[in-house]
Design a protein around this ligand. Structure first.
Ligand code: ADP
Length: 584
């Protein structure tokens, strides 16, 4: 599954909104560039005047020197205003870029977890980096330059027409050719760039997957298969790039020819006009110079038109993320009464037709500790995901305090159930920032209380800056145990009634210090705990044990009762003891 791409209409609307929101700054940039362009037009006009004056024998040395001085002054003023204009363009570009990135991060933060997991990180990563970069490039340079180039072209043609209307007709001979070639190109390049950026996303996806899973790939000798996958992605990327390149290699030369021809035509046509006394040599020279001055802005206009195609495509990928359908329709005023968990005939399929949970019925009392055990692939983690509200049951009902878990608005959901994973990621910022992720607006005292619960207050106070100490990359690097304590303190602040503890991925890293276990124990206190147990001693300590097999609950009851019953659990327990795992 790939993330959606916005339609042309949406992109156009978004671009218009962007332009409108910054219209003042944009207007300023355009005016500055246009004024600079007007000063640039002085040259050809002045040269034409001087030539005619010389031809008429009316020019003195002083006149020529004065003309040269005016020319130098005009060019100096032009470059100064140009500098100012470019500075304003850059500021505008950065402003738009910042707003766009913030908007994008906001959208990404709201994406349903289940969809992010399905789409994979590569596509999202490419959109956050490559695509935003590309839009920024377009905004920073493209939009101002394209407008300025268009204005310069127009002003140059007007100036030529005023200087010598008849001669300047020659400038326009190839306009139809440029228009036709460009239309031909634009019709094809949009889709080409779409493919190219998607190919880039796929390639960066495969590469990030390979790097992240390097150990697994190594352990299972998957390197050749992975290499083939990368080769395919590279090939696809190359083919898509080659396509757009081939389009450009037809379009650009044909347009280049189109703006060289007018100069020749102006000189030829002008010469004839001079011979019939309908124009002066000065006029023809001025228009020919105007024609050469057109080349720069025309190249710029066409080049940026191409860039804008890429920018537009990138923009469609960025705002396309907003089109991700929500994975749930929360009932806004759904409020659980209590935290009793109830599952009735819960079935679940990750993919249509491939059910992995086949009708689970279960009640978990408030404050109870339930251990879920069973062979790998029996559906324990899936059950955990459903209880934590990451996925919703395909069939049946799963409720907390009488309300369907999947119907809860996310903020309410997170106050009731939390999945404890190995996500002890330390975010760049202060320790306080890291904690307030769980409870925005919590005061320092509250943060310290939470740290005290998990035995972390001591070392946090000891750090220079205490709660305000900068951590994460670029700041103090926390030890894994400290990072885990911060994650646990976040849970204390979040204060959910139900905790789903997936041991396979949980904070309970066997290598972690003993003290962490007591920190965790204090976090679990007074909460309902669903422990997905991969080590049976967890099950032994629980109030009840639920045994899963092939997507079904086959036994539920206290440890001793199940062992005495002599069923599945009893067999598991015996074999675990016999293999000596119990002493590991
Ligand atoms: P356990 O936690 O008991 O090892 P899981 O809940 O992880 O079992 O898996 C139950 C079944 O669901 C397995 O057959 C597994 O292959 C399948 N499964 C797990 N996660 C996914 C997923 N993201 N997409 C498709 N199938 C999945």
């Amino acid at each position: 599954m790939l993330l959606p791409i916005a339609s042309k209409k949406t992109v156009r609307a978004a671009a218009t909104r962007l332009i409108r929101a910054h219209r003042r700054a944009l207007l300023m940039v355009i005016v500055l560039h246009a004024v600079a362009a007007v000063f640039g037009l002085t040259g050809p006009w002045l040269v034409g005047r001087v030539i005619d004056a010389i031809n008429a024998g009316a020019a003195t040395e002083l006149d020529i020197n004065l003309a040269a001085l005016i020319l130098v002054a005009a060019v100096t003023i032009q470059s100064l205003i140009n500098r100012l204009a470019q500075w304003r363009s850059m500021v505008l570009g950065e402003t738009v870029f910042a707003a766009l990135r913030e908007q994008f991060m906001g959208t990404v933060g709201q994406l349903p977890l289940s969809i992010v997991e399905q789409a994979g990180t590569g596509d999202l990563l490419a959109r956050t980096t490559n695509d935003i970069q590309s839009v920024a490039q377009t905004v920073r340079f493209g939009v101002p330059r394209i407008l300025v180039a268009a204005a310069t072209i127009l002003l140059t043609i007007v100036a030529a027409a005023i200087t010598a209307p008849r001669v300047s007709i020659g400038m326009l001979v190839t306009v139809p050719a440029i228009v036709l070639a460009t239309r031909w190109y634009l019709r094809r390049s949009g889709r080409g760039y779409q493919r190219q950026l998607a190919g880039h996303a796929r390639l960066s996806g495969v590469i990030s997957e390979t790097v992240e899973g390097a150990r697994t790939i190594d352990a299972l000798s998957l390197a050749p298969a992975q290499r083939r996958k990368i080769d395919r992605a590279v090939l696809e990327r190359r083919e898509s790039e080659r396509y757009t390149l081939s389009l450009r290699s037809i379009w650009l030369p044909s347009t280049e020819l189109s703006f060289l021809i007018p100069i020749i035509v102006v000189i030829g046509w002008g010469a004839w006009l001079v011979s019939v006394d309908s124009a002066t040599v000065g006029e023809v020279t001025a228009v020919a110079l105007f024609s050469t001055q057109l080349i720069g802005p025309v190249i710029e206009l066409l080049g940026w038109m191409d860039e804008i195609q890429v920018g537009g495509t990138a923009l469609s990928r960025i705002i396309g993320v907003e089109d991700v359908p929500p994975d749930r329709k929360p009932v806004p005023d759904a409020r659980p009464s209590g935290s009793q968990l109830m599952a009735r005939d819960v079935r679940f399929a990750y993919r249509h037709g491939a059910e992995v949970l086949h009708g689970i019925n279960l009640d978990v009392a408030v404050g109870e500790r339930l251990a879920v055990v069973g062979p790998s692939g029996s559906g324990k983690s899936t059950m955990g995901r459903l209880i934590a509200g990451i996925n919703g049951p395909t069939v049946g009902s799963l409720t907390v305090g009488g309300v369907r878990i999947f119907d809860l608005p996310l903020d309410v959901l997170h106050k009731h159930v939390a999945l404890v994973t190995q996500e002890h990621h330390v975010f760049v910022g202060t320790i306080a920032d890291n904690l307030r992720l769980a409870k925005a607006g919590a005061d320092d005292e509250e943060l310290e209380r939470a740290l005290a619960v998990v035995d972390a207050l001591g070392w946090v106070r000891y750090m220079p800056g205490g709660l305000e100490a900068h951590v994460g990359s670029g700041g103090v690097v926390l030890t894994p145990a400290q990072a885990q304590q911060i994650a646990l303190a976040r849970l204390v602040l979040l204060d959910p009634a139900v905790l789903v503890l997936d041991e396979a991925t949980s904070l309970l890293d066997p290598g972690a210090a003993r003290s962490l276990e007591s920190s965790l124990e204090r976090v679990l206190e007074g909460r309902t705990v669903i422990a997905i147990a991969h080590r049976l001693h967890t099950a032994h300590d629980a109030d009840r044990v639920a045994v899963m097999q092939a997507g079904r609950l086959v036994e539920v009851g206290p440890h001793d009762e199940l062992v005495a019953r002599g069923g599945e659990y009893s067999a598991l327990w015996t074999s675990w003891h016999d293999t000596g795992s119990g002493h590991a």
